[in-house]
Design a protein around this ligand. Structure first.
Ligand SMILES: Nc1ncnc2c1ncn2[C@@H]1O[C@H](COP(=O)(O)OP(=O)(O)OP(=O)(O)O)[C@@H](O)[C@H]1O
Ligand SMILES: [Mg+2]
Length: 217
């Protein structure tokens, strides 16, 4: 048994056929260990979201194997994948993470297994939010990302995936979010995709994705 929370073995992803064919990921090998903060840098259209969608099991590779906590997910049923997604994986996106008609607390409790309201309140307090009855449109984008981050962590995942989480933030807020991810999400293996190379200094490992090919810094 390893301490790896995510492994990609020879992952390929192709969209379309013949003339419309796009090879979005080409033979990706990647290991994310528990308690490590990893960054994938790449410009637009290089396959970052494709890679994270496969890691979060919402998409499947054309070829190759995805292991979550040493479990090969390729042959799992949809319900087994859903269980892994719920119990082991937290995800944050660039924006529109939240349900607009639910307040902050309710948003964080959406994926919660059980009804531990206090756990959600405590987590929100740790990330700096006290007034949990506000709605997403009443708070700043940075605070919306704090809520999204809390929701991603609410079931104590092993793997935290963040697709361009700082894309809408100024550099000061981006720094604060990265520090939160490191300090509060530190028990997870974390994989962040971004086109912002400034984030590299906060991370243990940096990878580059270019035209579907991954290299290590
Ligand atoms: N569902 C899809 N159908 C067809 N092509 C797709 C699909 N999803 C992604 N692609 C293509 O795969 C390539 C990689 O896209 P992807 O969204 O993964 O890039 P990205 O690095 O996340 O870009 P961005 O920084 O703009 O978010 C692009 O050429 C894109 O057009
Ligand atoms: Mg993307």
């Amino acid at each position: 048994m390893t301490d790896n929370v995510l492994e990609f073995h020879n992952i390929f992803k192709t969209f379309g056929v013949s003339k419309t064919r796009i090879d979005s990921l080409k033979n990706i090998n990647l290991i994310i260990e528990s308690k490590s903060l990893n960054l994938i840098l790449g410009s637009s259209g290089t396959g970052k979201s494709t890679l994270l969608n496969i890691a979060s099991l919402i998409d499947t590779p054309t070829n190759g194997e995805v292991l979550i906590k040493n479990i090969n997910t390729n042959k799992l049923s949809d319900s087994e994948k859903s269980r892994i997604r719920r119990d082991e994986i937290g995800v944050i996106y660039q924006r529109d993470n939240l349900f607009p008609y639910l307040n902050i607390l309710e948003n964080v409790m959406v994926p919660l297994v059980g009804d531990d309201k206090l756990k959600a309140v405590k987590l929100l307090k740790i990330v700096g939010l006290e007034d949990v009855s506000k709605f997403p449109n009443e708070i700043s984008i940075m605070d919306q990302q704090r809520v999204a981050f809390s929701r991603a962590l609410i079931n104590n995942p092993s793997l935290l995936l963040a697709d361009e989480p700082t894309g809408e933030l100024n550099s000061e807020d981006a720094e604060e979010l990265l520090n939160l991810i490191r300090d509060v999400g530190g028990k997870c293996g974390v994989l962040i995709a971004s086109n912002n190379s400034d984030l590299s200094e906060y991370c243990d490992n940096t990878f580059y994705l270019k035209d579907g090919t991954l290299t290590r810094k």
